[in-house]
Design a protein around this ligand. Structure first.
Ligand code: AMP
Length: 452
């Protein structure tokens, strides 16, 4: 029946639409981080904080929204990120605002605005936070994603580049990841890169018909990006393209050589990757990426980088500050966690709930609440369901949680100062003095742990 007729029949009742169930979904490319995933997030954040402290990096938090021009000038107007992937809007005052697609440009803005150049240099900063890119969502690619990142501002030495790679590598190792590789290259500087760009454009002249449509356009706007296009036909051409490394000026060449020597000294394994250019314009000299090792049967193109970074010696000046050499990197937390779960790495804080506390009646509930506190103070994680009345329904919850022990506190036990301790595996129940229950549970959990 058409809706209009149906509504006419029910004209004294509220319109049918207002009673319809509405269902909302998370915005495309965003996701909830549910309680069971949180231990991974805590582990990553705690590890980042710990290592940041060890290498004397200070935390910085910058706003999620910035003036769009910061990214246009910083990341580059002809980059994919700025051209296609930014969430940009006009605020009520008509200013163009963007959700940050990355954090280096924002940090540089903060460095200049807050006069951080006056602090002892180099200034070592780290961050944790969400970034936004309007990209096609797929495995490991989201529209809201999270990064941890490190920056050293006011540092020209190749030792700082090597330290960045060391920090990134040590964080991944501390998280239990060992199967990753580090790719490194140099994208030169304003002195040597223009000549290389010309050589590259010349190389592609006469072969443009063999390029994908993106690359045909990029050849005019951002020719370096042709080198890391994922299209097979473009890769074939890129493989034979002149290498940037052969066109470096003496300073860039020596800088790269020193970074590599430092990495050798630190016994960090890396591979030189002539086609690595990164998708942001602000890089100068060193660039690097960290990739998970290919698993069996995995295609080259299906792989996704865990992180990347490099030197950006012109960015502070480009955004209005004094010329300040700098270097940094960021890693995607979702991708790091994905790699951890694929490698079956469990965070240490993934603690299972071992005890369920069931109660029957008003007095028992009150006593149970106190007991719950005793357990918590003794470091034992207890779950309960205070709102459920029947023992049967509470035991059902305990069962679903997969707990080892359930404590049952009824009216009788509440009055007598006792409690029932039920072993969920055997179903055996024992009456225990309530004063002794915390110690008794501790003892049994310890015994169970030893058995595992
Ligand atoms: P980029 O500077 O673009 O190389 O990003 C640094 C790291 O952030 C990447 O290596 C990824 O781990 C992560 N990342 C970048 N874009 C996304 C995305 N759309 N979804 C999830 N992680 C991302």
């Amino acid at each position: 029946m058409p809706r209009s007729k149906k509504q006419n029949l029910n004209k004294d009742k509220p319109p049918i639409l207002s009673r319809r169930r509405i269902s909302f979904q998370a915005v495309k490319g965003t996701k909830d981080i549910l309680p069971e995933e949180q231990p991974y997030w805590d582990f990553v954040r705690d590890t980042v904080r710990k290592i940041a402290l060890e290498y004397s990096f200070g935390r910085i938090d910058t706003p999620i929204i910035e003036d769009t021009n910061i990214f246009v000038r910083g990341v580059g107007s002809k980059t994919d990120i700025v051209e296609k992937e930014m969430f940009t809007f006009k605020d009520r005052g008509g200013n163009s605002i963007s959700l940050r697609p990355e954090n280096t440009a924002g940090i540089v803005r903060a460095y200049i605005e807050n006069g951080l150049a006056n602090k002892p240099q180099p200034l070592k900063l780290y961050y944790l936070g969400s970034m936004f890119r309007y990209d096609q969502p797929q495995k490991g690619r989201f529209r809201e994603f999270h990064q941890f990142g490190f920056e050293i501002l006011g540092a020209a030495s190749p030792a700082s580049d090597a330290q960045m790679i060391l920090v990134a590598s040590n964080i991944l190792k501390a998280l239990g990841l060992s199967h990753f590789s580090i790719k490194i290259n140099s994208v030169g500087c304003t002195l040597c890169r223009p000549a290389y760009k010309e050589t590259l454009v010349n190389y592609y002249q006469g072969q443009t018909s063999r390029l994908c449509t993106h690359c045909k356009r990029r050849l005019k706007t951002n020719p370096l990006r042709l080198l890391d296009c994922k299209e097979e036909k473009c890769q074939r051409l890129a493989n034979n393209a002149p290498a940037l490394i052969d066109s470096l000026c003496e300073e860039c060449h020596d800088h790269l050589k020193e970074v590599l020597e430092q990495l050798d000294e630190l016994q960090i394994v890396y591979s030189l990757s002539a086609r690595l250019v990164r998708g942001l314009d602000y890089y100068t000299k060193t660039v690097f990426e960290i990739w998970p090792e290919k698993t069996k049967g995995q295609e080259e193109g299906s792989q996704i980088a865990l992180g990347g970074g490099g030197r950006y010696d012109n960015l502070v000046k480009d955004l209005g500050g004094e010329a300040t050499p700098a270097v940094g990197f960021s890693c995607g937390i979702e991708r790091v966690i994905m790699q951890m779960t694929e490698s079956k790495i469990e965070p240490p804080s993934l603690r299972k709930i071992h005890v369920f506390l069931a109660q029957l009646g008003e007095l028992a509930r009150r006593k149970a609440l106190v007991l719950f506190e005793n357990f918590r103070q003794n470091g034992i994680i207890v779950s309960e369901s205070f709102s459920r009345g029947s023992l049967k329904s509470q035991l059902k919850v305990a069962d679903r949680l997969g707990v080892k022990l359930t404590l049952i506190l009824g009216q009788k036990e509440a009055l007598e100062g006792t409690i029932l301790l039920r072993d969920m595996e055997t179903g055996v129940q024992e009456l225990i003095n309530r004063d002794k229950i915390v110690g008794e549970v501790k003892k049994r959990l310890e015994k169970m742990r030893r058995k595992i």
